[in-house]
Structure formats: C-alpha cells, structure tokens
Ligand binder design. Sequence first.
Ligand SMILES: [Zn+2]
Length: 394
Amino acid sequence: MLNTQTQWQTLLPPGSHARQTPTAVLLLLLVALLATACGRDREPAVAEAAAEEPTAAEQQPQPDAPAPTGVRADGTFRIVATTTQASDLSRILTDGVPNIDITPLMGAGVDPHLYQPTESDIRAMNAADMVVYSGLHLEGQFDAVFAALREQGTMIYSLSKPVKDAGFVIGGFGADQNQSGTDDPHFWFDPRNWELTVADLAQTLAELDPGNAAAYTARAEAYNAQLRTLFTWADEGMRSVPEGQRYLVTSHDAFQYFGAAFGWRMAGIQGISTEDETGVGDIQRTAQFVVEQNIPVLFVESSISPDTIEAVQAAIEAEGGSVRVGVRELYSDAMGMPGTFAGAYIGMIAENVYTILQSYRCAGAPAAIPDWPDSIDLRPPEELLAANCETEEP
Ligand SMILES: [Zn+2]
C-alpha cells in the first residue's frame, strides 16, 4: 500500500540511477557534454520519456502565439520566480541591471509540491515578461496556469531543462509502479547541476535583454566559479564520514542528487513528492532500516512537518533503541529567510553540510568540516560554526 516501493528504491547506491543507456538523441548531447565537461566524474542519466516537461520547442511559445515581449519599450523587464531557488538565482544574475522587477511567489518554509498559486500570483504571472520555475513537476499545482500562460505567449523558463537536456536528471522514481517514469525534481542539490542552470538562464536573459547581455554573462561566470568552490568544500566534508556510515534519513526523498554528488545513501520516509501519502508501514520500515544499519541521526526538513521523523524516532525508542534528530532542520525544497545565510543557494547548501556533519559528530561518528573558503563572498555566521549537541530539532 501507499509508497512502500519508493523507500527501497532510494536505498540503491548513490548514482546507480545514472547508469542507463543513452538514447540516440542523448548520445549527441553526451558527446557535446564530454567535450566541455572534462573532469566531471559523473555520467549523464537517460532522459526518460519527458512527457511532463516541455520540450525545447514547447519551452518557447507556440508559433501562432504572440512572441515573448522581452524588454518593454520603457526598458522594464518583469520576472516572476516560483520557488526560493528561482528567486535567488534571478536576483543574482540580474544584480545591478536597471529596471528589472522580480516577484517571488513562494517564501521560506513553503512546500512547492503542495503550493497552490493564489489569485495575486496568477495576476503577477499574467503581467510578467518571463516566469522562472523549477520544473520536473516540483510545482505540481501550476500545470494548468503554465499551460494557459504559454498559450498567451508568456516566456515560461524551466530551471531544470538544461540539466534534463544534459542527461543529469535522475529518473525512474514514482510513488507506485504506475509512476515509475517520474523524474526526481530536486536537481539543484548537486551544485554542478546548478552551474548548468546558471549558465543557461544567463544566456536566456541575454537573448531577451541583449542590451545587458554582457552583465548577465559576467554575473554567471563569477557565480559559477563560487559554485565550483562550494562543491569542492562540500565534497571534502561529506566524504570525511566513513563510507559505510553515510546515510541521510529525511522526511521525503529530496536528497538523491545531493547524495549522488557527495557519495551518500538516502532514505526518505515519503517519496519524491510530498503529495505522496505516508503510511504506518513506511514508518515501521524506515525505523527497522535505521536500526539495522545503525544509522545515528534522522533529519527534519524545514518545509515539511516533523511528524513522520518523530514517529520513526518514537518507533525506534519503543523497541528500546535510540536515534538522534539533527542539530538543525535541513533545507530541502525551500531555502531560508531572504537575507539570512541559508536564504541564498550557496548558504543553503553549506548550512545543510554543516548541519549533517555536526549532527554526525554529536552522534560520535568521525566527520571533519573543512575551513570555509575565503573566495566565496558569503560567510557563514558564527552560530552556525559551533553546534550544540544538547539542542536537537525539533
Ligand atoms: Zn520535494
């Protein structure tokens, strides 16, 4: 019953979903990618039948629809961004460009799988020159609105599309066998995927607003250099935990890409969407798995109720076992409050790494946290650097 399949699928070794045979179309992409991405030690996954995601042709408005407006005659350019990640990247790439207006729809702590666009959201998207969204059905309640906007010629830009096109989307997940072709939408959790998105969004902005093309390109290059440094820092820290102990147990399956990037195994109580239901069987199975694998910590996600994690902890304690909950919540589908460290993508990834490694250290597992790189503009706050093992969340 319910999504019992998902949990066990997610316990496969990291990256195992990425070893499938490329299709003929993807071979071309693969060749292009290998030529430009030497040193990347991961293999592109096959793009499964992409029924849900717009194709390259669909991403652009239909031929008989009005052309996208781009910059208006008065020089203004209105962007609406759905998720916190979409808002953050839109702000970073347009920083310093005059007359850009960005409207964020979802705030910190909001679950994008369940978020319903409000009337004012729809009004904002109607008036936008470009809507930036995550895609792969992360914003599950937006399908009808997006279809209508596309029809009227609004530029709807999917942040996941360049990652899908490059073959790095992890597919084959589903709440049940009928949905086994579902793509995992949490692609941003591998910073190397986010680099592809950064470059592609900058190029799209440059095409729509050619007068500021040089600014978009320069922002993207500078930011991607920081993302590469972030990746190296996070990779060193996450791999300091001995391989057999690298398990991340969370409320839902948001961390497949994160795990594949840094060599960790994942187990989510819910599937890849919080729209899936959680049953008693899911709680029991997770509890049993945690005990069998001697996993010391469970993590609550900031955009999801702690109920299921608490239920797993209670089930383990009822059997006389014990398990800790992380020293802080993890950011999964929503980032932190704007203006805070975790309100920016780099800080969000970094805070998760600090939280995981500190929590493992509190549980007695070896974990080394590398010094924060000086070349990253954003600095972690002092209180993040010293975790108190006595204060557990929730
Ligand atoms: Zn999610």
